[in-house]
Ligand binder design. Structure first.
Ligand code: ADP
Length: 589
């Protein structure tokens, strides 16, 4: 016994010595490292935290699956704040990236707990960014860093102008970043690869006007349709955006398959490449910089922007040539939604980025800008019922997935316009739908693999099930298995006949007799605001007397003249790039 205990003591001493050796830095002070895990938006975030003498010295992210652009300010700004204040619990989340912030915080808290380190209390305030010059002068001041803002700033810089981008959020990208970013372009090169013929700008013009119930301005829709292909080629050749070469989308309301798909099936590809191009052209991007007011001289000519930075200081951006507003829509501003359309109230969540609160519209209106189509607010039919976030896994709808209600019945043509499908869903018991598809459809659409993180998240939330049989899928959601089978039997028959007498599915239904089955619950969510500023063909903002406001331009979702009552899928990117470029070229003249 005695001998055994002696050995034990010796072992403990040796282990202690060894651990001290690894914990000591070269200067002899104790350095401790610990890892921690937190649950982010798309799964685990794992960090390694380094401590020295009770202080947090460094935080390294070991792995994560978050959106890189949205995670960027969390992994830098929040990290700096935690280290500066030596405090994890009270550090603010980064707005617009709250789920990632929460996961990051959890991970660091976990590491602190595991390390056993008692953190020194510090009175030091969380660090703030460097002071901005209170008065700055550029040729072109672009407000908003989505696709429209980047396009405008890049065109301006290429025209030899000194341009700056102001972005109120900590991360760039807006709705463009988090969208699927498919882009309609008639007669595009992928159509040629796939042998799709008969498309034309005329056809896209007609589809777009009709899709918006002829409430878009024909001359503006003409520009959209004519420029969609050159805009796509510009993205491909100038910005180096990679598009899939062998796949296209056909969104509802389009008579041809004409939507190009960016690599990764999201706007991350666009924003990543835009950032690189902006860096190449030395365009400063000022994040956490909120434009508050458009400045004008006595004659009403626009002279710049007054903004507020992260410290709460007022910064004036003078614009020699002019200002381009590209602040996006107002989907995330419930009060503004209700002001223009009382139906779009709190019952609806939104798919939109947190920064899309209509600021540009309000700022331009304050200096006499005219508004149009403001009541037209689009809901996206299939979104996560827990968060309102758009479901990209549900893109299997474009390859034949069907929509059924709680009774297991189809109730709408699955490729109808978004507003029609959304209204039809809200009219079903409970105001939700189930989207159903099988392994054969999945093989083509591949959405559970391409959007794997979303797929896993939906399964975790019990909003999606993969089942070997229809019966199992039906039971998971308490749908009558017999009714669901009857519906699918009918679909199989219609697929065979090449005719859907119930809802006239425009692409033709697909046989779903074989499992496995994917079934997911979904609700409509506010997705796009069609209304906004009136602009002319040069992207100048018009006043209420239908005269251009001198030196003020606008492009993107904050304009209201293109989409009428309803924006067709894939038309937003064509719009923001086309008119963003026009605004950038025109303001530089
Ligand atoms: P679009 O598709 O029209 O380019 P996005 O939604 O992609 O629009 O981008 C708009 C961007 O503008 C968002 O990143 C949003 O945070 C930003 N933004 C909105 N209001 C302001 C403001 N007042 N100051 C600076 N940026 C703003």
């Amino acid at each position: 016994m005695k001998k055994g205990r002696k050995w034990l003591i010796l072992l403990v001493v040796l282990a202690l010595f060894a651990s001290l050796a690894t914990a000591c830095g070269g200067d002899g002070k104790e350095e401790v490292k610990a890892t921690g895990v937190g649950n982010g938006k798309h799964g685990d975030i794992k960090v390694e935290v380094t401590f020295k003498d009770g202080d947090i010295k460094n935080i390294e992210v070991l792995n994560h699956k978050e959106n890189e652009e949205l995670a960027d300010p969390v992994f830098s700004q929040m990290k700096d704040n935690i280290i500066a204040s030596n405090n994890v619990d009270d550090v603010d989340v980064v707005s617009g990236s709250s789920a990632t912030s929460k996961g990051y915080k959890e991970a660091v808290q976990d590491a602190v707990k595991k390390s056993g380190v008692k953190l020194n209390a510090k009175t030091k305030e969380a660090i703030k960014t460097e002071k901005e010059e209170p008065k700055q002068t550029y040729d072109v001041v672009v407000v908003g860093s989505g696709g429209a803002g980047f396009s405008a700033a890049i065109e301006a810089a290429q025209a030899g102008k000194k341009a700056v981008i102001l972005e109120k959020m900590p991360a760039v990208g807006g709705n463009t970043l988090i969208s699927g970013a498919e882009m309609n372009a008639p007669n595009n090169w992928v159509q040629k690869n796939l042998g799709i013929t008969g498309d034309s700008a005329d056809l896209m013009y007609e589809d777009t006007l009709k899709g918006g119930d002829n409430k878009g301005q024909p001359e503006m829709v003409r520009i959209l349709a004519d420029q969609a292909l050159p805009s796509a080629e510009w993205l491909r050749d100038e910005i180096k955006v990679e598009f899939l070469e062998d796949e296209l989308f056909q969104f509802g309301g389009h008579s041809k398959k004409r939507a190009l798909i960016p690599k990764g099936h999201t706007g991350e590809e666009l924003i990543k490449k835009f950032k690189l191009k902006a860096a190449d052209l030395d365009i400063p991007i000022k994040t956490n910089m909120k434009a508050e007011k458009i400045l004008t001289d006595d004659s009403g000519k626009v002279t710049g922007i007054e903004a507020t930075d992260i410290n709460g200081d007022t910064i004036t951006f003078n614009a020699n040539n002019g200002v381009v507003l590209a602040t996006g829509g107002f989907g995330s501003n419930v009060e503004m939604r209700k002001k223009y359309n009382s139906e779009m109230d709190e019952r609806y969540m939104t798919t939109d980025a947190a920064g899309t609160t209509g600021d540009g519209i309000v700022m331009a209106e304050a200096i006499g800008g005219a508004l149009t189509n403001m009541e037209n607010i689009q809901t996206y039919p299939v979104c996560d019922p827990e968060t309102g976030v758009i479901s990209l896994v549900a893109d299997s709808r474009f390859n034949g997935a069907i929509l059924v209600n709680q009774e297991g019945n189809r109730f709408v043509e699955e490729l109808e316009r978004r507003d029609v499908i959304s209204k039809a869903i809200l009219a079903q018991p409970g105001g939700y739908t189930y989207q159903l598809w099988n392994g054969d459809i999945e093989k083509i659409s591949n959405t559970t693999k391409v959007h794997k993180d979303e797929y896993e998240q939906l399964k975790k939330e019990k909003m999606l099930v993969k089942a070997d049989t229809l019966e199992e899928a039906a039971k998971f959601f308490d749908v009558d298995p017999k009714a669901l089978k009857q519906t699918v039997d009918k679909v199989n028959q219609y697929a065979k006949d090449g005719k859907d007498p119930d809802f006239d599915h425009r692409a033709g239904l697909v046989d779903m007799s074989k499992g496995p089955y994917y079934m997911m619950k979904a609700v409509p969510s506010v997705h796009h605001t069609m209304g906004g500023l009136v602009i002319n063909e040069q992207a100048q903002v018009m006043n209420t007397d239908n005269q251009p406001i001198e030196n003020l331009y606008a492009a993107g979702e904050l304009t209201g003249v293109i989409h009428g009552t309803n924006r067709l899928g894939g038309n937003a990117i064509s719009d923001i790039i086309t008119f963003g470029r026009i605004a950038g070229q025109e303001v530089s003249k």
